[in-house]
Write a protein that binds this ligand. Sequence first.
Ligand code: ZN
Length: 694
Amino acid sequence: MKNDFPVNAVGSETNPLLEPWGGPHGGVPPFDRIKVSDFKPALEAGMKENLEEVDRIANNAASPDFSNTIEALERSGRTLSRVSTIFYVWSGVMSDKNFQAVELEMGPALSAFSDSIYQNEKLFKRIETVYMSSSKSSLTAEQRRLTWLYYNNFVRSGAKLGSNEKARLSAINQSLAVLYSKFSQNLLSDENDRFIELKSEADLAGLQPGFREAIAQAAEAKGKKGSWLILNTRSFVEPFLSSSDRRDLRESVWRMFVNRGDNGDKNDTNGIITEVLQLRAERAKLLGYKTHAHWRVEDAMAKTPEKTMELMEAVWKPAVARVKEEVQDMQSLADKEGAKIKIEPWDYRYYAEKVRKAKYDLDQSEIEPYLQLDKLREGMFWVAGELFGFSFKQVNGIPVYHPDVTVYEVTDKVSGRHIGLWYFDPYARDGKQSGAWMNAYREQQKLFIPNATIVSNNSNFVKGKPGEPVLISWDDAVTLFHEFGHALHGLNSNVTYPSLSGTNVPRDYVEFPSQILERWVLTPEILQNYALHYKTGKPIPQELVEKIKKAATFNQGFDTVEYLASALVDMKLHLAGGAKIDPDKFERETLAALGMPREIVMRHRTPQFGHIFSSDGYSAGYYSYLWSDVISADAFGAFTEAAGPYDKGVAKRLVLEILSKGNSVDPAEQFRNFRGRDPKIDALMKKRGFPVGK
Ligand SMILES: [Zn+2]
């Protein structure tokens, strides 16, 4: 064959990541054309373009004003924003060895890039000038908020430091970027590579038919057809621990799961954590803060770590007291059965189910046949229609990165106006991070075209047999609505500037819209119309619904302690300062001092705590779920005090004051505008079945 054309011939090898998104609705991500090798050149080109734009802004001869500085920054970096969005999506859903190599290389480069902008002195001077004069100028409230945000972000990122300190800061950030990638990759390896194989019927004792099917499929996918695999992820481990009659296997599965990242092998994360904590402490000091926790919490709604500790401690004691009662119930049931055991952590979920049956006559496996993933998804759409006037319609032909992903167009039910797109990636697979999350592929904003938002929901449901309905647990149904709440936060957004849009709000506020939406799962409208038996099509019996409601505060001791132990350890790790920390030892001692019940393990033990070690994301921020839940429990009261969950007036106010605002209004003020006062803790305590304070 003749080889007379250069490989990079014109047009034949263009990088799809660099092209503006094509297709309908102002363009969609070109997921079908992406090669891992495209990421590095595209990110580099995006950074280069953005740096040139920023230099032009910084060196503008005209005196600084909002439009030529702040708004100009909002308009810059469009290419990089498109490319890096897909890059981060890939990291969550399509990570393989090739991609991980790119991630390890590009993490520090992206970090250095962002520091070079934050440390641009000319640029900061302009921002500072606009900020200092903003109160006297004729800016809109949103423009003033945006100006404050830029100023604040720059200062918090070291814009006021001397040049030596800036260099050190940037070096720290780059080291952290590498450590974060390594942490995620080690954890993913432990989740992908470890599993427990069940070899005979006897090993399956107690497992539900649907789950048996799923673990048989998992075995087949790993080339072990004919056996059954319990994979090392939450969606496999929790159903197994809840239902397996085999105490020995429960213990093995439990040990595998809670020791992720903690096995003293190549995937061990303890060393990474020690380094991350030291670098974070040093960075906080450089920036003038006492600890990393003080730095992180300052621009959250809580403002100080002390306030978060106050809330956590208020809930911790009643939760631990409740655990004692729960364990007692389980122990006496085990004794009555003649089990001759002492309740251990691998027994908790199993005996909790037995107590649930005995006390509330409620069997989780009785509920599951009514919880079909597809039907519940329709139910969520219906809720979004009732509350926000949205209509969802599946659209075909939109590029996706995996055949499991489906895409829906969201329109206004009445006017038909296009609102956005919602991508849904429901199933677990190799290379996908565990857990559930929402992404924004494109922010709502009004500054430039295209301005319609694109959001996605991702989860790790276990895929059943092809063609058969996927049945999920009650907890999973709640999570489904939770993530959809984040998506609706994005879809309801109505601001001008992308940096203030949708879910770009403080960490301890962002879970509020998602947690409040969880409440609609339990409404009769959803249960009667969407919780339908997968065989008979009949709605879940009212009697069963009553039992679910009665049992709503059941096991809240466990849920709260499991979560809070993680949140408290997170905060204490980041309040500890620069001392060299041995994560295992620190965790052990902290939990002992807290009086952690021995029957429960942290929801995320330190060596696998991806929320806080795979990025700065939730570091000193895992408390946010509780903080937000105080707000969401209280906010839901606005509905129950009115005509109920579907009260149109309250829903309208929720959109107007909260869901549409993004970060364009201070979160505490948003809540006050909605509720007429500051949040109170009482509704949360009541929801969890704990005594309401004085
Ligand atoms: Zn969430």
